[in-house]
Every structure is written in C-alpha cells, then in structure tokens.
Design a protein. Structure first.
Length: 140
C-alpha cells in the first residue's frame, strides 16, 4: 500500500438523488484507492441505461436505494471488490441477468442486499476464492 500524503485524493460524503441517465459505458463506477477508499456515497432513486452495470471497488459506506440499472451486459450486474459496508436496497435489473453479484477482494465485508428480487437472475452470486461467502447478506 502506498502511504497517504497531501497528494492522495479523497472522495467522500456524496448524496445524489433523482437521476436518470442513458448511454453510459458503466451505470455506476466507484473506484477508490487501497490507501484511500471512496467513502460514504448515497445514491437514491436513480435509473441508468448503460452497457455495463455497477462496479464498487476500494470503497466503504456505499448506499444504493431504489436504483434501476438497464444494462446490455448482465455478467455481472454488480461487481464488488475490496469494499465494505455496502448497502443495496431495492435494486432493479434486467430479468434473466446472467450473474447478479460478483464479489472479490479479501477486504470485502458487510455487503447487505434487501428489497431486491434476486430470483430474476440466472445466478445470484459468485465469489473470489479469497472471499468468505458470509460477507453477502440477502434479506427481503
């Protein structure tokens, strides 16, 4: 890990609501640094049409509520890597998505999904071998 200095960028405390976007390459893309995660981002009532789904990498305190992603590529819909305290509530996605959640990274923990119909996906989750499957908690 690289030491944190004054030059290390910090992205934190974003609150974004009521957004509609069309034509993005990726619906949502959060990529922090191992030494400085993206922190405390809240997205609510968001609809995005994009080629690819959601990527949350090197981040903590991510809250997605009532997010609808309409993607060409559904393998996966959501990628989570080295992220913690990720809360997804009311995710909407394409029926028959290949893979809903792809979870990697030994630092990943506390991924909570609720209010999401995981049965619409062909496969709910896939995990890297370094990840304990208990990091993903799905409830109604």
């Amino acid at each position: 890990t690289i030491p944190v200095t004054e030059a290390t960028p910090q992205f934190k405390n974003f609150h974004i609501k009521n957004v509609v976007a069309n034509g993005a390459s990726k619906a949502i893309f959060f990529r922090g640094l191992p030494e400085m995660n993206i922190k405390d981002v809240y997205l609510e009532n968001v609809t995005i049409q994009a080629k690819k789904g959601i990527e949350i990498i090197e981040a903590s305190g991510i809250f997605l509520k009532n997010v609808n992603v309409i993607t060409d590529d559904t393998n996966p819909v959501v990628t989570i890597q080295n992220a913690s305290n990720v809360n997804i509530n009311g995710l909407q996605y394409k029926k028959d998505a290949e893979l809903l959640f792809n979870i990697n990274g030994e630092k990943t923990k506390g991924v909570k999904v609720l209010g999401t119909d995981v049965s619409k996906a062909k496969k709910t989750s896939a995990f890297g071998e370094e990840v304990n499957k208990s990091v993903l908690e799905i409830s109604k």
